[in-house]
Design a protein around this ligand. Structure first.
Ligand code: ADP
Ligand code: MG
Length: 245
């Protein structure tokens, strides 16, 4: 017997404009529980805008976004970002410079009793291998360590969905490769569902259960890395993934 579980995230007919520029056209996308989906495509195609709409950092103009059983955003209703149960890791990490690493990670834990917050934060620091640095400020960390703190902070409140926007692009190549593997391991171990934006085809191939390829505001193909690489349905997809070897 096949047990069909409904998707965790459902995006229907999402369209978005900035002024006269149509940045997203008619985006439909679904994400399964525990799945890692990479949103790949060239710079400027609308990846970050789509992620920001899901997170609630942009207001939905047309279409809808449902998480679990709830519509979290449509033209009629917008659940505030902090009530969506969604964590986000930004390209520049966006850590609070004046707060210790422990306080950075505790920041999103106001729903927990006060005494439990540092305990949960310390557990997360442990999981990213930075427990010994709890009292340090972000500025004394390397880029790779800051990225791990940003991930710990996003995961600490135990969100249902994690969004990552080009989380490795500010790191040098060797570090990027190591952090890809470490991050994937952490996400799989926690069982969280995630969407990661990248303009790097190799990164998408390495990280994703499925890839959604975007071009100029449209999702042009969705499939497993093998499907997209072996059966690109447009010349654009063939070219985007063609240079990987
Ligand atoms: P990507 O993340 O794929 O590089 P973005 O979603 O950041 O693309 O941007 C898509 C398009 O929307 C770009 O042309 C960008 O200049 C434009 N854009 C993004 N954010 C804004 C904004 N806040 N105001 C106006 N234009 C924007
Ligand atoms: Mg972007």
């Amino acid at each position: 017997m096949v047990i069909e579980t409904s998707p965790l995230l459902r995006i229907n007919g999402l369209a978005h404009r900035f002024g006269h520029q149509q940045v997203l056209r008619q985006v439909d996308l679904q994400l399964g529980a525990g799945e890692m989906l990479c949103l790949a495509g060239p710079s400027g195609c609308g990846k970050s805008t789509l992620l920001r709409l899901i997170a609630g950092l942009e207001t939905v103009q047309q279409g809808s976004i449902c998480l679990g059983d709830h519509t979290i955003a449509s033209a009629e209703c917008q659940v505030p970002p902090e009530k969506r149960g969604i964590g986000m890791v930004f390209q520049d990490f966006a850590l609070f410079p004046h707060l210790s690493l422990l306080d950075n990670v505790s920041f999103g834990l106001s729903h927990l009793p006060k005494a439990e917050r540092p305990v949960r934060a310390a557990q997360m620091l442990e999981r990213v291998g930075l427990a010994a640095r709890a009292r340090d400020l972000p500025q004394v960390l390397s880029g790779g360590q800051q990225q791990r703190i940003a991930l710990a902070r996003a995961l600490a409140p135990q969100p249902r969905l994690l969004l990552l926007d080009e989380p490795f692009s500010n790191l040098d190549v060797r570090l990027r490769h190591r952090l890809r593997a470490d991050t994937l391991h952490l996400l799989k171990a926690s069982g969280i569902s995630s969407i990661m934006v990248t303009h790097d085809p190799e990164e998408a191939m390495f990280m994703a259960d499925r890839i959604a390829l975007m071009n100029a505001g449209d999702i042009v193909q969705v499939g497993t890395p093998a499907e997209i690489y072996q059966q690109p349905i447009t010349p654009f997809a063939a070219e985007f993934f063609g240079d990987i070897n």
